[in-house]
Design a binder for this molecule. Structure first.
Ligand code: PMT
Length: 403
């Protein structure tokens, strides 16, 4: 499980002998799925080179508030907006003092001032400096500003003294970093979602499809991202903008969707089939536009069955927790229950697509979630609200099904 999958962490490195440990910290944060950008103070560059941290993070290191080149790529305000967490490790006594006072006289302090996200500080300094009343008052000021403090730990220091002031061990910093995202119930989970319609070609200009807009599937992708999941959105053609943090795999036909789904589902924790997949496709798509000959003759299309994507995913050995949707026009719950059993799903969401106010292409939906012996009806609400509730129910059901 990647504890920081998809998380954006701005690592601030300040001047102190422990700065060399930031190299290892970058790697361990990345191991947990985080994207790490680095900002260094001038003093930090005396202890470890920006080139080292650039090579490890895979991004240019941010050094100077007034550097027009790096500001034009990602300026300090953009960096502050980009980050889900700003982690200052190691944080020197001097930087802690400046942060406590609200200074904005270099890049890192300015980013911290502009930040809307959580800021965490991992102090590292000589034990006397840490114990000093001025430092302790500054740390109290940071806590009062809702800044989180990681450590420090005790032990032998680089200066030869023994005491409190060592940078917390890297594994401890990574664990505490992950713990700053407590409400994310799907943190570390890979969620694959299919959405929208499929199109089955008749000829180069015509196709068989349906009324799915993708709204319910995209809303689920947003809700899963909000819950901390890494989201893969396999989408048929829609006019929607995908959530920024979803990895979009655009597809057109059911067969393309099937291929993408089977590739992504093998290591997924959760698979949610919201797409309205065409059950049938023309046996052969004409490679030229089919002409009408004005004789009034009938045109017969012969169709063959498409693969049942969600049934194939549910049949995988050690596959993901599999959630289907049932688009029904009558006997909604009965038909949905039958699909749940026939396709061997873990959960199904039934919706009545006869009602114009819900289901296809509307902004709202009304659904019944069915799993195990349980059933829960969600009254009419926006597709986003419904999505949040579905994600919550999946998160509740998940531990029993997949540890
Ligand atoms: O996209 P919107 O406009 O927001 O509308 C939302 C929706 C109505 C499309 C959505 O809420 C919904 O009901 N999606 C499922 C549509 C559907 O195809 O239902 P079904 O009952 O035919 O299929 C049952 C399940 O099998 C679904 O999870 C479907 O994705 C899956 N399936 C179906 C056929 C197939 N060949 N492969 C599949 O994986």
């Amino acid at each position: 499980m990647n504890l920081l999958a998809g998380k954006r962490i701005l690592l601030g490195v300040t001047g102190g002998i422990a700065a060399y440990k930031s190299a290892e910290l970058i790697r361990r944060l990345q191991d947990q799925g985080a994207d790490v950008h680095v900002a260094m103070t001038n003093a930090a560059t005396e202890f470890i080179t920006p080139l080292t941290l650039q090579a490890l993070s895979g991004h240019p290191v941010h050094l100077d508030l007034l550097d027009t080149e790096t500001e034009s790529v990602m300026g300090h305000i953009e960096l502050a907006r980009w980050a889900d967490l700003i982690l200052i490790a190691p944080a020197s006594a001097n930087f802690i003092a400046r942060l406590a006072q609200g200074h904005g006289d270099d890049l890192l302090s300015t980013i911290c001032l502009a930040a809307q996200c959580q800021v965490a500080v991992a102090p590292a300094m000589n034990q006397g400096m840490w114990a000093n009343q001025a430092t302790q008052l500054n740390v109290s000021a940071l806590i009062a500003q809702q800044i989180t403090i990681f450590g420090p730990s005790e032990g032998l220091q680089a200066c030869g003294e023994v005491g409190e002031g060592r940078l917390l061990d890297i594994a401890g910093i990574v664990d505490l970093t992950a713990a700053t995202f407590p409400n994310e119930r799907l943190r570390g989970r890979k969620v694959v979602i299919t959405a929208g319609p499929t199109r089955e070609a008749i000829d180069p200009v015509r196709y068989i499809s349906n009324h799915s807009s993708g709204k319910q599937g995209y809303a689920l992708a947003e809700a899963a991202i909000e819950a901390g999941a890494e989201v893969i959105l396999i989408s048929g053609p829609t006019s929607l903008t995908p959530p920024e943090r979803a990895r979009l795999i655009p597809v057109t036909s059911a067969r393309e969707m099937h291929t993408a789904a089977m590739q992504e589902a093998t290591d997924a924790d959760i698979f949610i089939g919201v797409a309205a997949v065409a059950d049938f496709r023309p046996i052969e798509a004409s490679d030229q536009k089919i002409k009408k000959d004005n004789t009034g003759e009938r045109l017969t299309l012969t169709l063959e069955e498409n693969p049942d994507i969600i049934a194939a995913v549910a049949g995988l050995n050690d596959g993901p927790y599999t959630v289907g949707f049932a688009a029904e026009t009558s006997h909604v719950i009965d038909h949905a229950r039958r699909k749940l059993t026939r396709k061997k799903l873990n959960m199904i969401i039934a919706n009545d697509v006869m009602d114009q106010n819900i289901g296809f292409n509307s902004d709202q939906n009304e659904t019944t979630i069915i799993w195990g012996s349980q059933e829960q009806t969600l009254p009419i609400a926006s597709k986003r609200t419904i999505a949040t509730k579905i994600v919550g129910t999946i998160a509740d059901a998940l531990p029993e099904a997949r540890q």
